[in-house]
Design a protein around this ligand. Structure first.
Ligand SMILES: [Zn+2]
Length: 252
């Protein structure tokens, strides 16, 4: 059952604090932007192809491969199949359009859809299946583990455009085509700080709860909050129009 809220925008409603975001997920706002039927059909096939690509290149590599590499794998491996012109068009739209119409006001972090992440600039974190940029991000993470303890783990590191695209596409799929709702929890593919510096951390063994506001109640977070060499990118009621993300470390 849908409840339609007609007078207020999604993020304005959330700012009132009268409801949890979980309840807001069941609400449909009249101002929300929804995919057309044709775009929805394309989204379903694009999601499937990105999943086949991930299976082929592996979870860790999928984080860093470029757009042109993705197209290459699609063309050359029949288990993936070439990206269709509709799929390419939809990826272009998601990358290049201005997301302020969805209520997302974060800064653009990546100018080109075929952004390249060089192997020599990144470092793979053992067991995490994720990479961090050498320099301040990697140093911050290592220092964090020392200060907080080894119950602190890396839950998401570098994400190039294809990885962020796949998270965005999956989120829009789960919101049944509602881009306004999806962009509240996943940044559009040109707007993620994971592409240039930031990373997510969690408490060992906490699984999906690491990506909920509950993370702010952990001992790990309480220690982190007082460290001056890192920041919190998405605080409560931030101007970017992004949900509260206590797990997302801002590299400063
Ligand atoms: Zn993050």
């Amino acid at each position: 059952m849908f409840v339609i809220i007609s007078l207020m925008k999604r993020r304005e409603f959330l700012l009132l604090g009268v409801s949890t975001p979980l309840l807001a997920n069941d609400l449909f706002f009249a101002s929300d932007v929804i995919l057309s039927q044709k775009e929805w059909d394309t989204l379903v096939s694009l999601r499937n192809r990105l999943n086949l690509l991930k299976r082929y290149v592996g979870y860790a590599n999928f984080n860093v491969i470029s757009y042109s590499e993705a197209l290459y794998y699609g063309r050359n491996y029949s288990s993936i199949g070439a990206f269709s012109s509709d799929e390419l068009e939809l990826m272009d739209k998601f990358f290049y359009e201005n997301p302020s119409k969805y209520g997302f006001f974060g800064k653009k972090t990546c100018a080109e859809i075929d952004h390249i992440i060089s192997e020599k600039d990144i470092y793979k974190i053992e067991h995490a299946g994720h990479f961090l940029f050498k320099g301040k991000p990697l140093a911050d993470f290592e220092r964090l583990q020392k200060d907080v303890g080894d119950t602190l783990v890396l839950t998401s590191g570098i994400r190039n455009v294809i990885k962020q695209m796949s998270l965005y596409v999956n989120k829009i799929y789960r919101t049944r085509g509602n881009i306004t709702q999806a962009s509240y929890s996943i940044a559009p593919p040109a707007y993620s700080y994971h592409t240039i510096s930031d990373f997510d951390v969690g408490r060992k063994g906490w699984g999906y709860k690491n990506f909920t506001a509950d993370f702010a109640t952990t001992q790990e977070f309480i220690v982190m909050k007082n460290l001056n060499y890192i920041g919190m990118r998405y605080k409560k009621n931030n101007k970017d129009g992004v949900r509260f993300e206590p797990w997302h470390v801002e590299v400063i």
